[in-house]
Design a protein around this ligand. Sequence first.
Ligand code: ADP
Length: 262
Amino acid sequence: MAETVTSTTASVGAASPTGRKALAFDRIGMVFPDGTEALRDISFGVERGEFVTIVGPSGCGKSTLLKIASGLVTNTSGSVQVDRERIGYVFQDATLLQWRTVQANVELFAELHGLGKSERRRLASEAIELVGLSGFENHYPKSLSGGMKMRASLARTLTLRPPVFLFDEPFGAVDEITREHLNDETQQLFQREGFAGLFITHSISEAVFMSTRVLVMSARPGRIVAEFDVPFEYPRVPDLRFDPDFAHLAGEVSHALRGGHS
Ligand code: ADP
């Protein structure tokens, strides 16, 4: 069975309110060796079936927080509780291997996890269908649009069926319409797979559209300064973006981002 990693300088106690989450940050702080304080006293948890989005100004420590969750960076105070063997991580750059076809790229993680050929074929084909790339299995990355590359990247991670999915601004580089399509598809995947999602974005609309909860971070050192539950039912239809309640909530998030109070 996969190990649950608790990186500590202070452990998550049995009585902690975040103790049973798929992902839990408890009083996380991060000071880099050069003295840069990136994060201060971050505590929150994400359960399976929750999609939490963090919005915050550039440089406030959002990527650092995801890197701490995945173990790429070690926090200098507090603790994180997560099963690191089973984290899905999607970056802004699709990081596809140019010499591999879509099918072979999507099979890569399953291959690295040592799954047999027929099993990884099956998992990859299913994931390719889920992200709407059927018919492009034999294409190479250079012939794909930016949105299609991101779909392939998502599919590659989906083959692992991760219970915890980290998204580091994955749709920041695509045009607005493609981004909305990818948002629609991501929330459908979330609904179907029920993972614990932690998503980073600069787009308030993207945050409110996909999430069950939106957290707002302050400028560096990043702290959580506001939290909003998003009440809209799934599946969320594209026209939700024009709903007055949606606009109202997006306005509140925007206000908090600008330093107001929620
Ligand atoms: P965001 O994702 O919110 O834009 P980052 O997490 O990338 O912010 O960075 C947070 C802050 O930490 C920034 O000021 C950045 O320059 C700094 N930082 C990131 N990595 C390092 C590092 N390895 N050493 C020193 N400072 C760093």
